[in-house]
Design a protein around this ligand. Structure first.
Ligand SMILES: [Zn+2]
Ligand SMILES: [Zn+2]
Length: 137
């Protein structure tokens, strides 16, 4: 597997971001750029996240993913494909749309197909987890 690009970890919520961001995409916490202590700090946080990730992958809602900037989105996708991050539908209209498209994809059906539309409408999507890495795409 390819190595993950460098990243920084939010001290507040623990989500990972690309090194280019000046604040956390998830909670908005600014990343402080300190002098010499910075490298040591990031290293420790990385180890901490490494311990956690075996138990529980990070979760992101599809609507949040959609709003991310390009580099963070690409980074999130690299985590998603490795199974270190999973999609968790939040129940909003946008998530429902994405759920419908996902459903259509797996059924090899048209997203505007009536059955797909009804199923998406009648499914309680809030909290549904989708682990992209399991599909071997
Ligand atoms: Zn954060
Ligand atoms: Zn949502």
């Amino acid at each position: 597997m390819e190595e993950l690009p460098e990243y920084q970890i939010c001290s507040k919520c623990g989500k990972r971001s690309t090194p280019y961001m000046d604040r956390c995409w998830n909670c908005g916490q600014p990343f402080y750029v300190e002098t010499s202590s910075e490298v040591a700090h990031i290293h420790t946080e990385t180890e901490k996240a490494g311990e956690n990730k075996e138990h529980e992958p990070e979760k992101i809602s599809p609507c949040t993913l959609e709003k991310m900037g390009f580099t963070d989105k690409m980074f999130a996708y690299s985590l998603l494909f490795r199974g270190e991050m999973v999609l968790e539908f939040c129940g909003c209209e946008r998530c429902r749309d994405i759920f419908r498209e996902t459903l259509a994809f797996f059924r090899e059906a048209d997203p505007d197909n009536e059955d797909i539309m009804n199923e998406a409408k009648n499914t309680d999507i809030k909290g549904i987890i989708l682990d992209i890495s399991e599909f071997g795409l």
